[in-house]
Design a protein around this ligand. Sequence first.
Ligand code: XBP
Ligand code: MG
Length: 255
Amino acid sequence: MTLKALLWDVDGTLAETEDDGHRVAFNRAFAEAGLAWHWDTALYGELLAVTGGKERLLAWWRCIDPDVAATAEAAATVRRLHARKTAFYVDLLARGGVALRPGVAALLAQAQAAGLQQAIATTTTLDNVTQLIDVTLGARGHRLFTVVGAGDVVARKKPAPDIYTWVLARLGLDAADCLAIEDSAVGVAAAQAAGVPVLLTRSRFSGTAAMPGCVADLPGLDGVDLGTLLVWHGGVGGQCRLSPAAYNGGTPRLG
Ligand code: XBP
Ligand code: MG
């Protein structure tokens, strides 16, 4: 297997968007609609098990009022609330509310310089991805990604493999020749179900539970270079498994 592409998750991986971004935007949409709902950080961490904003909203509603949540009117309300949430989120990003995580920009640039393809594989809405790239990387950021797989482009969101198989088909690459970069258990499960080796970069909501089978398990990408990724990816077949403790800022470089 040869590493030909990096497949990037967005929320939690490119940036810590959930607590300071998505959660805030959901709460603004609830307040604007006159709802007494408020998702604090602890609750939101639990709700993240449901991927996709509309799906998360409906799952929450089913918990607190299953009868009303089952109506057609509730489904329409979820769509309206989510559209407003997206507008609040995009506005929050425009105001500089979220930055790329340390090490991400450097790794994106190294992969581009090395001629690797790069793609996005996310459950979040396409408008959110576009805005995040705009405000953090600018126009050149969009040229980094050959394929952007986002939101409702697939019917089943992570942990289903669909977004990864969708992206792989458009890249025209074998899963084994790619490396997914993910921060969550559902994201790792999605990539692995599609046969893509995964690098785990833990984020604020990843928790500490083991996520077996990742090529490495890191607290972030700061100081991680492409040469190191190549070594880890190449080690997949040999059952290379590194833990955060084992990783000491390894120095292998591109030859
Ligand atoms: C994480 C998610 C998303 C966002 C909300 O996506 O679960 O659903 O929290 O996004 P990622 P929307 O795959 O990038 O980690 O409200 O736009 O659905
Ligand atoms: Mg994520």
